[in-house]
Each structure stands twice: as structure tokens, then as C-alpha cells.
Design a protein around this ligand. Sequence first.
Ligand SMILES: [Mg+2]
Length: 298
Amino acid sequence: MHSSPVILAVDDTPQNLDIIVELLSEFDVRDVVDGRSALEMVNKQPIDLILLDIMMPEMDGYEVCKILKANPKTKHIPVIFITANTDDLAIQKAYDVGASDYISKPVKPQELLARVNTQLKLQALIASLEDMAFHDSLTGILNRRKFFELGSNLFNDTDQIAAVMIDIDKFKRINDSFGHAVGDEVIRRFAHVVSETLPPGVLFGRLGGEEFALLCEHFSEEGVSVWIDSLRKQIESLDLIKNGHKIDFTISNGIAIKETQMENLDDLLNLADEALYEAKNSGRNKTVLISERTRKVT
Ligand SMILES: [Mg+2]
């Protein structure tokens, strides 16, 4: 949600819009006089709430709402209908096409404000619930479920894709020696360092415990292994002091490149996991890359 919610008011009678704009002066209100302009505007800029007149020439409010709700980009925007016709059928139809609420004409100021505020609060609540459902609470990065959801889409859409599995070395020993609060701090710090160097479009998720994964599209083998190995060195040289102890930790990385016969994201991640296993078994604090052409250890 933006600092000041943006509300779009749609009505073919300009005087009605003037009233709404004045009553909602505490908000950022955009107004348009027909459905087509409304649809154009929602595609151009983020809108938090739509106040929609039903009776309009050419395209009525029902039709505008149907189009909004059929578009994945706009279907989440709550629509409050504003209508002179409040018979049962008209209201039923409003909810059928996806309305969140309705207000009867002539508009009563307190009712308008109350209903607008209720919808904006609901939107903010939904946004924060989604944020919690999609992100790992310790690090703020993608959680396992969201990583797999977005990652599967990326895998299906792209041929050139690299997966990286990362594991914090001997993490159990850190927890056992210094306590779980320090272990959590190590995980947070690691995720923070990676997040800061993350190129746009790269997915970064916590798969569980001390295990993380990255998915990068349009990366060359060389590009991804240089980047990941520099990350490894950066983690190795971190200065993390906690409760007077200097906490040294390292990571092992397994990289795999998408191959033509791979069917899904699991195939790619399994190969990256194989590379990670090799990095761990050959002494840790290493990056191993497996692809059709190469098997490289750095
Ligand atoms: Mg009208």
C-alpha cells in the first residue's frame, strides 16, 4: 500500500465526481467520466480502490467491473459501486460481477468515508497477510513455498536458467557452541549479504534451516560461477561479532545449469543439490558447478 491511497472515481455525471472528490479530500482521488478511461487508468498506475457508477452510457459499471476482475493485474482492486438503483436484483448483480460493497445515491458523506476506509483497511490487511505467507520471517526473503511457485514459473518460461543451492557449513556446530540466537544472527547476516548483491530478477529463497537457493535467468555458466564464488569469499571474510565472540562461518555452493531433457524445477534443483553435496564432501567452503559440458570446482 502506498503512503496515501489512490482512489479512482468513475461517473458519467461530472457533478457527482465533484462531490466525491470533495468528500474524499484526505485521499488522492483520480476521476474519469467513462468506463474506458477507467480501464486505461488502472493499467497505467497503481489504484487502491475504485468507486464505480453503475449507470453509464456505452460501458456500464457492471461491464467495467467484469473486465477488472478478469485481469490478474487488476482483480485485487476492491470496487465499491455507487448506484441510484438499490433493488435486490441490481445489488445481486453488483456482487455477482465482483463488487466489494455498494453505496446508494445520493451519497451520504459519513457512509462514503466509512465504506472507503473499511475497504482500504481490508486491502492493507490482505497485503500484510500475503507478505507473511510468502516470506521467511527470520530473513524476509522468499519462503520455500513461494520460491517453488515463482521458480516453477521461471523454469517453464526460460531455457537459460541456473540454480544455486547454498548451505551454511557446520551450522549445527554454530548453534551448539554459541546458542540459537547466534545461529539466527548468522542466517540473517548471510541472507542480508546475498540480498545486497542480488541482481534484479534473481529469486532467492530459504528452503529450510540453513539451506538456501537462488534461481537466475539469462546467466552464463561463467557469470554465475564467478558471482557465487565471490559471494563465498565475501561470507568467509565477514566480521560477525556476537556476545564478544567472533563468529566465523563459510558456505558451500552447488550450481546447476538447466539441461534440455529436464522436465521441471525439481530436476534442476536436484542436480544443484548433487553439486552442493560434492562441495561439502570435498572439504566445504567451495563452489561446484555441474552442467552438460563442465564439472568445475573452485
Ligand atoms: Mg451515471
